[in-house]
Write a protein that binds this ligand. Structure first.
Ligand SMILES: [Zn+2]
Length: 243
């Protein structure tokens, strides 16, 4: 029962964070106007705003003008629903679970905004970073200076890369790595950095992005972070299933 509630909370929040990722970079209000079709501007009725269900009922296009709805909506909703469920299964109802859910919401907004506009607004970090600092101070994973020194190390590393090869890494990417270094420490930072370089190359190849031109890299960081966080759990689940 709790599983279902957690999943429903996840898809609903997914729908909301998609909206934030879509509107915040454009400096549009998050609350008003209500959700509407991007093409014909028709305001959505209540049932058209039900996450996932509406996409299936409307068969992926606007009821009024027939424009195809972006597949990003249901994907983000399904993703956050599954992530909330996964977090709940791994941490139970705990503060660490709440922290991970909040961190995932930052990633969802950053991924949507990076995919749509290739930029992630700074306000997002001003809002989230203090929360993470407070949480890690109350619930430390390691001695306090490890988080701070990992963060400084990540900045120094990217600063040197930028001096050597300017604009090779985006500002949002650097800030997300700083958040991860601060919250999870030095080893986690190196693992996620390595994983995202590999994922980034594979994903640039798949979507035929050119490596010498800017392309949205936040999805690669998000994927690598999730792999780092849940990889061992999923692997255990998988071995139990086939064993
Ligand atoms: Zn429409």
């Amino acid at each position: 029962m709790i599983d279902i509630l957690v999943f429903l909370a996840g898809i609903t929040m997914g729908s909301f964070f998609h909206l934030v990722g879509e509107r915040l970079p454009m400096k549009r209000s998050i609350l008003l106007p209500r959700s509407h079709c991007g093409a014909c501007k028709q305001t959505l009725s209540l049932y058209e705003m039900i996450p996932l269900v509406s996409y299936v009922v409307l068969k992926g296009s606007c009821k009024h003008c027939g424009t195809r709805l972006s597949l990003l909506y249901p994907m983000v909703e399904l993703l956050l629903g599954s992530l909330f469920l996964l977090i709940y299964r791994v941490t139970g109802l705990s503060f660490e679970g709440l922290f991970l859910a909040i961190l995932c919401s930052l990633f969802v907004i950053a991924v949507v905004s990076d995919l749509l506009y290739m930029r992630v607004p700074n306000e997002l970090f001003f809002f989230y970073f203090p929360l993470f600092v407070i949480y890690r101070t109350l619930e430390p994973l390691f001695i306090w200076w490890e988080g701070v020194s990992s963060l400084l190390f990540s900045f120094l590393l990217f600063y040197s890369i930028d001096r050597f090869k300017p604009n090779s890494i985006g500002g949002a990417d650097i800030k997300l790595f700083a958040v991860l270094a601060f919250c999870f420490g030095f080893k986690a930072f190196l693992i996620i950095l390595f994983l995202s370089s590999v994922t980034g190359m594979v994903y640039a190849k798949v979507f035929s992005f050119r490596l010498d031109e800017p392309f949205p890299f936040v999805p690669a960081i998000a994927f690598s972070f999730l792999l780092y966080l849940f990889g061992p759990f999923i692997l255990t689940l998988f071995t139990k299933l086939i064993g």
